[in-house]
Design a protein around this ligand. Structure first.
Ligand SMILES: [Zn+2]
Ligand SMILES: [Zn+2]
Length: 255
């Protein structure tokens, strides 16, 4: 299987509009981060999108991707769902409706935010979504095992996803011990890391992530949902322990 990072930035992306912070002004392509999202390709070529934020359209065009077979949503914050309307060309081309997998609270939220995707009398050109509420392990296309991981994001519970020995977790501020059991000795651990030192109420920062890596002992860790306050890609990459890396937009990993 393959995972491609479509975006690795926090909710405002990098550069932030109007920011004169050196990282926002960097000319290094790896310092330009669209909102966090990833595309998983199965062995048979099925394309599974994780989160669909405001940069979804640009991410599909930049990466010359033209197929999405299912969408997994971690949670309902804007930077993770607001691009769902842009699934329209793919829905019209390939199917009558796009399967979207999420927890029950997020399903209610998606219906609230995109009511026209569920109405009986559809406006011509409106998208159509099929919501599937997930709680435990399930199989996509009789091929891809997906294990949801229960993650704490400040005051809400959100989902991470595990495929084989790869776990994808964004927007975490805490992970319970029970869920940590699912995350021990992974080949690939993908985890959010907002910035270096200043604590944040709903996102892990670097010292918390490094402590978690020490505890869970993945073979390789990639950081996502990064703010410009973390620093320049190349500098931070040099300071990180061996086997911990910053992800960047367009990076692919085979697992
Ligand atoms: Zn987010
Ligand atoms: Zn969030």
């Amino acid at each position: 299987m393959l995972l491609k990072f479509l975006g690795t930035g926090t909710s405002q992306g990098i550069p932030v509009i109007g920011s004169h912070h050196p990282v926002c002004l960097s000319t290094n392509q790896k310092d330009k981060r669209l909102r966090t999202s990833a595309l998983v390709t199965s062995d048979s070529g099925k394309k599974i999108l994780i989160d669909c934020g405001p940069d979804f359209r640009q991410q599909m065009l930049t990466n010359i991707e033209e197929q999405i077979d299912a969408v997994l949503i971690t949670h309902e914050h804007n930077d993770h769902i607001i691009g769902l309307d842009d699934l329209r060309p793919l829905i019209f081309k390939n199917k009558s409706s796009m399967p979207i997998y999420c927890n029950s609270r997020v399903a209610v939220e998606i219906k609230d935010r995109f009511p026209y995707a569920f109405s009986e009398q559809k406006y011509p050109g409106a998208p159509s979504f099929d919501l599937y509420e997930i709680e435990k392990e399930f199989k996509l296309f009789e091929e891809v095992e997906v294990q949801p991981i229960d993650i704490i994001h400040s005051e809400i519970n959100i989902l991470g996803f595990k495929f084989k020995d790869l776990a994808y977790i964004t927007d975490a501020s805490k992970i319970d011990d029970k869920e940590k059991e699912k995350l021990k000795n992974l080949d690939f651990f993908i985890i959010n890391c907002l910035r270096k030192t200043e604590p944040h109420h709903s996102h892990f920062i670097l010292p918390q992530v490094l402590a978690l890596v020490d505890e869970l002992k993945p073979k390789k860790t990639y950081l996502i949902h990064i703010s410009h306050h973390l620093g320049f890609h190349d500098e931070v990459e040099n300071e990180l322990p061996e086997n911990v890396h910053l992800a960047f937009d367009g990076l692919e990993i085979e697992f």
